[in-house]
Design a protein around this ligand. Structure first.
Ligand code: SF4
Length: 367
């Protein structure tokens, strides 16, 4: 029975200021996809109202009462079917109470990167790119998200007495001016000042101005989103610079040593572009003395490893990445989609696969 405690002890706020079952859940596979506005609950309504909503109760009914997988929970299901950890398994292990313990918040889509695996909803840079290249909408969505949402009133509506962690979802929190305001709010609110702060950063800058605030936080789980400890990272994570990433990683390590409140994890999103560089990445995390965690791209499907040709997989498979290929099955449709995606996006982004991962690019040559 795929019981999910996330549905009872967690609160997720996505852009543009609406509640969701969690950051993994995807409406596109569900009956709520056709008319989302009808089913979505926005944060001008109390969380309790969302909890009772048809959408949230449907997920609870299917997952936790009927004991079946909800169609919106495909990401967790796919990961678990392949023997990998999902958000469901991670939260079930650690947070068992029925009170709200874990909150995920997206304050805005401000971001200085345009990663191939991301979209306009989470990156203002991708949104700008799509605005000038409307043909890219089919790959990166169209989005008109409000980027400055007033979220603090949420905290007046929810019982926070059991809250243990607040996680920032993207954009990039350290380029978003709202982050300072939010962290100050956490420190000044007696109910929030001891709550763990979990944040994902693209490691493009070390936020010196925020040090006086960050150093006072009780506990920080810092996830450095580094898809590969290798120059090819600059292809998949457009806007990144490998030398800057190395420097900023070192600055965070120094920060963690000095203030002793920060737990650093190198967090990798495993896709067609970086699955061949897991050895360098895992070994780098070990050498740096930081944790390594990953998630595998389930969406978009053409960036999932099943889009990779069999002979390429055979050439890169090793002890470091073999777990990602446990149920690998070549998907011709997604390979063709990947080919179209590369053709459309490489030109618009001015970065070409052949310059970064030539051994993969040869499968797409001559198109
Ligand atoms: S099973 Fe996964 S996707 Fe579904 S609500 Fe739980 S954590 Fe979210």
């Amino acid at each position: 029975m795929p019981y999910c405690s996330v549905l009872h002890n967690h609160m997720c706020i996505k852009l543009p200021g609406r509640y969701a079952p969690c950051c993994y859940w995807n409406k596109d596979y569900t009956r709520f996809a056709d008319n989302p506005k009808k089913y979505f609950t926005y944060i001008d309504k109390p969380f309790k109202e969302y909890y009772k909503s048809e959408l949230h109760q449907d997920v609870i009914q299917v997952m936790n009462i009927d004991g079946e997988w909800h169609p919106g929970c495909q990401k967790c299901k796919n990961l678990e079917d392949d023997g990998l950890r999902s958000l469901r398994t991670a939260v079930n292990e650690h947070l068992t109470s029925e009170a709200i313990k874990f909150m995920q918040i997206s304050l805005s889509n401000h971001c200085n990167f345009a990663c191939k695996t991301c979209d306009s909803r989470s990156s203002s840079t991708i949104k700008k790119m799509v605005d000038v290249n409307p043909e890219l909408k089919k790959w990166f969505w169209e989005s008109n998200l409000t980027t400055d949402i007033e979220i603090y009133k949420i905290f007046q509506e929810v019982d926070l007495n059991s809250l243990e962690m607040i996680e920032f979802l993207g954009g990039e929190p350290f380029v978003d001016p709202q982050t300072t305001k939010f962290l100050n709010y956490m420190l000044s609110n007696s109910k929030l000042k001891d709550v763990r702060f979990k944040v994902h950063t693209n490691t493009s800058l070390f936020p010196k101005k925020l040090i006086p605030i960050l150093s006072k936080m009780k506990s920080i789980d810092l996830h450095l989103s580094i898809d590969a400890w290798h120059p090819s990272i600059e292809y998949g994570r457009l806007g990144s610079n490998f030398d800057v990433i190395k420097k900023v990683t070192q600055q965070w390590i120094e920060f963690a040593k000095q203030y002793n409140n920060t737990n650093i994890t190198m967090f990798t999103t495993v896709s067609v572009f970086n699955v061949g560089y897991m050895k360098q990445t895992i070994e780098a995390a070990k050498d740096l003395g930081i944790q390594f965690k990953y998630e595998r791209v389930e969406h978009p499907r053409h960036l999932n490893i099943n889009a990779l040709p069999e002979s390429y997989v055979d050439s890169i498979k090793d002890d470091y990445n073999k777990k990602f290929f446990k149920n690998y099955k070549f998907d011709q449709q997604q390979f063709d989609n990947l080919k179209d995606f590369l053709k459309d996006t490489d030109g618009a982004q001015g970065k070409y696969l052949k310059d970064y991962i030539p051994e993969l690019a040869k499968y797409f040559e001559g198109e």
